[in-house]
Design a protein around this ligand. Sequence first.
Ligand SMILES: [Zn+2]
Length: 208
Amino acid sequence: MMKILAISDQIIDRIYSISVRETYPDVQAILSCGDLPYEYLEFLVSIYNVPLLYVPGNHDPEYTLHDARSRAHGCENIDGSTLFLKGLFFAGLGGSVQYQPGTPNQYTQQAMFLRVYRMLPALAWQKIRYRRTLDVLLTHSPPFGIHDDDDPAHHGLHALNLLVRLARPRHLLHGHTIFYRQNLQDHVTHYNGTKIINIYPFRVMNLE
Ligand SMILES: [Zn+2]
């Protein structure tokens, strides 16, 4: 069992606080679904001193090797990659659907399918190596038709529906959208055996 603090899209005052460890104790890992300032992630990783995995959102800077401000220090950007941590298998895919061409971390539906195809060999190899299917798929955008919305910036990504069907993660954690229109009672949807959880703005949960 791993207790995680998952965050997304919005800074929460009681989390951006030196007493956050008393408010939310025993957190073993932090997961960020994106669109948060890297100072916020760096603050949390230094306060908790536990691993922090993140993917970038459509408001985050483009990652480049030589720009120190393009990444969160002390944290793991798992965009397009996989990671094994404390017995759990994670994969990440950041970004949203493209609504403003030329902006970092925005992808056409087609481009997102290519990113998913590129991840499949690593997912298949890790599954054999660790004898374990994917525990957590960390994304910024929701899949298409699940927790998404009709406006161009908040369409879900079709490629994520495919990735869920192929990789069968136990959980998909995403941000980016808030339920102002579809106003579902719950932030959790079950899809093809995967628990899809909207993290916006944060959740504390146990992963088994
Ligand atoms: Zn977003």
